[in-house]
Design a protein. Structure first.
Lengths: 421, 321
């Protein structure tokens, strides 16, 4: 059996939009050699890449490695690497295996450093910055997620990534959130009864100041450069040719995601492009060219999948992109967005899913039932709402009572009217 | 006759005679004026105003003795200040008291001129403070941390911290310890304790997920499910890497330094507390205490004991008894 490796799909000319997934692909590509004596074309390689999203795998996390022979799921870069090393699968090239204790310790340390410090930088550039998110990252997600999911999953990812970079204190790059904040402050001051300058006067009377015409990236440029060079200085001091494969792959993944995506506010690639970091650029180029085109990797296509299923080598799994599974995933995304209940629902569901890893059949049945019930409930609610009597007439009109004579003048008329005798 | 009728000298004629009954009572219960009570022990701390005060998580007695704090980050800075030979007093506190929202922080001694401000120093600036206030009595100036040191520092901040958080907050064996350290000192009301425990556990969980699911918003999908096997495996790898780093050094301190430095303090912050709290349960593979003892030929244990003996010699004597 071949190993199934579930990863986020390709983007920006890289094999994956996500750093750990990209690193996993690079690791497999560099350590695996094709086993040539197998007859079937689909079995020629020891692993197969499957484009996926965390909502499709039982561990709720990508990259995920599925071993169909014993139906185990392993997710996360370091877990996958240690699993691959312990099982000695797939056939690794020997030269990477013997490392001194010092090199092994360095490898562990720099891997931790990358996840602690490089991940927030990538999050800033691709997710927090509104301009980059709208122009580059969101379209990339739309391209790799099947149809209804781009509506629910990318915003959740963006929120989580903003959280990841929150400690850097650069949330001002997220202009959407900033605009919301300003709006909230304005409504609050209006509610408190402060005199407001009308928007029409505010806009026209004066030209924009320099500060106002700057983008948020330009405003916080000094801070951005500071946090970026802090991280890159550490990475530039490493001799990458001498490091372990797993570290090289992870470093490549993070640096490539800083350098490659065509973002409009390219503060990261500008800093890496400087002379002192040329070594890093070169390193990225070398690894990238050794990986080749992402489309030439061993992706699972619908045709190979159909053939494998028909040959009985693979069973339909919840990661399939069937309409039912997609609807269930979409419904989950929707439920998660409901305030208060959403978080608890997600928690309950994720824990249940981890428990049920072994029984994927029961799982898909449950997902189907859940999705159908949710959709049915929504449809039912909609018709119930339509069927209700309208709350009052759609058009309300008030008429003043028509009165004749002096009493029509109210108090003034009453003055002139004669008291009844 | 005459001598018999003479009243005693104290019985002045103007005073009415004390009734016999009362006199007997007062004779059997003599009035004694005790000396004034001593001030409570903690009052000495606040009177010791010329010393800076470090606010940490600790119990009252531990703070009075200057014993190690039970919070890794507080212990790190406490150790570092002790290494830098800076004299300071310790006060127990909570996050609510801190200007940054987290402990530790240091309140410098009141300045000589009354107009100058007395600003608290958060943990992020303690290193610079220790450097600038170094006078002649203190040891050599600490060097700027090297780039390689920063990489190794993230081993402590990420895998080791996650494993510590998981063990203390999320693993059910240590709920009693969590209650004793963080929850019972905060409130005696069961209801408040329940809410606080829930909050702390959720916060720890979110913190772990945020850093383990580093990329692509994995935390958004995780739903609070923490992969504990991965956390303990990464912690073991981290401890092995640290032990191997220590073995490369010839002086017994990290990075070949002649004197212990900030990095030694941050490692000690975890290894000491792991030894104190998590070494008594027999949890097999998941015992952090066992990991510290077994990795790298007991190098981390020797490092811990050496530093403890150097900084808390009086406590070491007390413990040996």
């Amino acid at each position: 059996m071949v190993l199934e490796v579930h990863v986020w799909g390709p983007a920006f000319g890289l094999a994956s939009i996500d750093a750990e997934c990209l690193a996993t692909v690079a690791y497999l590509k560099q350590t695996t050699t094709p086993t040539s004596n197998l007859p079937q074309a689909a079995n020629k390689y020891d692993y197969r890449l499957i484009q996926s999203s965390p909502s499709a795998v039982p561990t709720n996390r990508l990259p995920a490695l599925h071993d169909p022979s014993n139906n185990t799921w392993i997710s996360g870069y370091s877990s996958i690497i240690s699993h691959l090393k312990s099982t000695a699968l797939p056939s690794p090239t020997e030269k990477y295996h013997e490392h001194s204790a010092r090199k092994q310790a360095d490898s562990t340390a720099y891997i931790a450093f990358l996840s602690a410090h490089a991940a927030p930088l990538v999050a800033l550039s691709l997710y927090v910055s509104s301009a980059n998110w709208a122009a580059t990252t969101r379209p990339a997600y739309s391209a790799i997620l099947p149809f209804p999911l781009p509506w629910v999953e990318p915003p959740a990812i963006r929120a989580a990534m903003s959280e990841r970079a929150a400690h850097l204190g650069l949330s001002s790059l997220d202009t959407d959130a900033e605009a919301e904040k300003i709006e909230a402050a304005e409504t609050a001051s209006a509610a408190a009864g402060w005199v407001q300058v009308p928007a029409s006067i505010k806009q026209k009377t004066r030209q924009k100041t320099i500060k106002e015409s700057m983008t948020p990236e330009q405003k916080s440029r000094i801070v951005l450069e500071g946090v970026t060079t802090d991280v890159l200085d550490v990475l530039a001091a490493v001799d990458w040719d001498e490091q372990t494969v797993e570290l090289r792959c992870l470093a490549f993944a993070y640096l490539a995601l800083m350098l490659v995506p065509p973002v409009p506010r390219s503060f990261l690639s500008e800093v890496i492009g400087r002379k002192e970091f040329w070594g890093l650029c070169e390193f990225v180029d070398v690894v990238r060219s050794s990986m080749g085109q992402p489309s030439l990797l061993y992706w699972e296509t619908p045709s190979t999948r159909a053939r494998l299923i028909s040959e009985g080598k693979k069973t339909e799994s919840p990661s399939s992109n069937t309409a039912v599974a997609l609807t269930a995933r979409f419904a989950h995304g929707l439920v998660h967005d409901i305030p208060l209940i959403g978080q608890e629902w997600r928690r309950w569901w994720a824990q249940r899913r981890v428990r049920q890893q072994q029984q994927s059949k029961a799982h898909i049945a449950l997902a189907t039932v859940g999705g159908v019930v949710f959709v049915a409930a929504n449809v039912g609610l909609f018709y119930l709402y339509k069927g209700l009597l309208p709350f009052g007439a759609p058009v309300q009109s008030w008429r003043a009572p028509v009165t004749l004579g002096l009493s029509g003048f109210g108090a003034a008329g009453a003055l002139f009217s004669f008291p009844e005798l | 006759m005459l001598t018999v009728n003479t009243p005693p000298a104290w019985r002045t004629p103007r005073m009415p005679p004390v009734p016999r009954l009362l006199q007997r009572l007062f004779d059997s219960v003599p009035l004694v004026t005790y000396e004034a009570n001593e001030l409570p022990a903690r009052a000495q701390v606040s009177s010791d105003a010329e010393l800076p005060t470090l606010y940490v998580f600790a119990s009252e007695e531990d703070a009075r003795l200057g014993a190690p704090s039970f919070n890794p980050s507080c212990l790190k800075w406490q150790t570092f200040l002790k290494i830098s030979n800076l004299k300071f007093t310790l006060r127990p506190s909570t996050n609510h008291a801190s200007p940054t929202g987290s402990l530790p922080f240091l309140l410098p001694p009141p300045p000589s001129s009354p107009s100058a401000k007395r600003n608290p120093i958060p943990a992020s600036k303690l290193y610079d403070y220790a450097l600038t206030t170094n006078n002649n009595s203190t040891k050599s100036v600490h060097p700027v941390p090297s780039l390689r040191q920063e990489a190794y520092q993230s081993l402590i901040d990420l895998p080791l911290r996650n494993a510590f958080l998981y063990t203390l907050y999320l693993s059910p064996e240590h709920t009693a310890l969590l209650d004793r350290l963080y929850i019972q000192p905060a409130s005696s009301s069961d209801l408040v304790q329940l809410a606080l425990r829930h909050q702390l556990i959720r916060a720890a969980e979110a913190e772990i997920l945020k850093s383990t699911h580093a990329t692509s918003g994995g935390a958004a999908f995780a739903g609070g499910v923490v992969d504990s096997d991965a956390i303990y495996r990464e912690a073991r790898d981290a401890l092995e890497a640290l032990a191997s780093l220590l073995a490369q050094s010839e002086t017994g301190w990290f990075f070949n330094e002649k004197e212990p430095g900030l990095f030694d303090a941050s490692v000690f912050g975890y290894t000491y507390l792991i030894g104190e709290f998590f070494d008594h349960h027999d949890e097999g593979d998941r015992s952090l205490g066992r990991m510290v003892r077994q990795t790298g030929n007991r190098g981390l244990v020797r490092h811990r004991d050496k530093l403890f003996g150097m900084l808390w010699p009086d406590l070491l004597v007390g413990r040996r008894k």
